[in-house]
Design a protein. Structure first.
Length: 135
């Protein structure tokens, strides 16, 4: 139980930290304010997604006995790919106007959503380590 809760606390932050790390590795200065932004954005978007979609998916996967890392990687990827674009569009529409939100709804950022969802799913699996044998 504790590992599952820890996984639900940590995994939703992975996309923001992953993106910040990617920027730093490519030589872009993120700074404390940028890192704080990515963490807050990940928390504000990741935790609701984890509660609304992740928890039911986890329960479903546990009941089916589908507990391998590839399953969690795939489910995380699908959730990230499907939900990243609407969240990003909503964010930009609120900050810069509706037309800016629409622009972000139709660009290629959804590939980032698949990748970060996969990272979150795999990180959750590494922390929670769902039981393979259901007794």
């Amino acid at each position: 139980f504790f590992r599952g809760m820890l996984g639900f606390l940590v995994a939703p932050l992975a996309p923001g930290l992953g993106y910040a790390l990617l920027l730093m590795l490519t030589g872009t200065s993120v700074g404390a304010d940028g890192l704080r932004f990515f963490l807050v954005f990940s928390a504000l978007t990741g935790y609701p997604i984890a509660i609304v979609f992740g928890a039911p998916a986890y329960t479903f996967l546990q009941r089916r006995g589908w507990n391998g890392p590839l399953v969690y990687l795939a489910v995380g990827s699908v959730l990230g790919g499907l939900l990243f674009k609407p969240v990003l569009a909503f964010y930009f529409a609120g900050r810069r106007g509706f037309s800016e939100g629409l622009v972000h709804l139709f660009d290629l950022d959804h590939l980032w959503g698949f990748a970060m969802g996969a990272l979150s799913g795999l990180l959750f699996w590494l922390i929670a380590r769902p039981k393979v044998d259901r007794a």
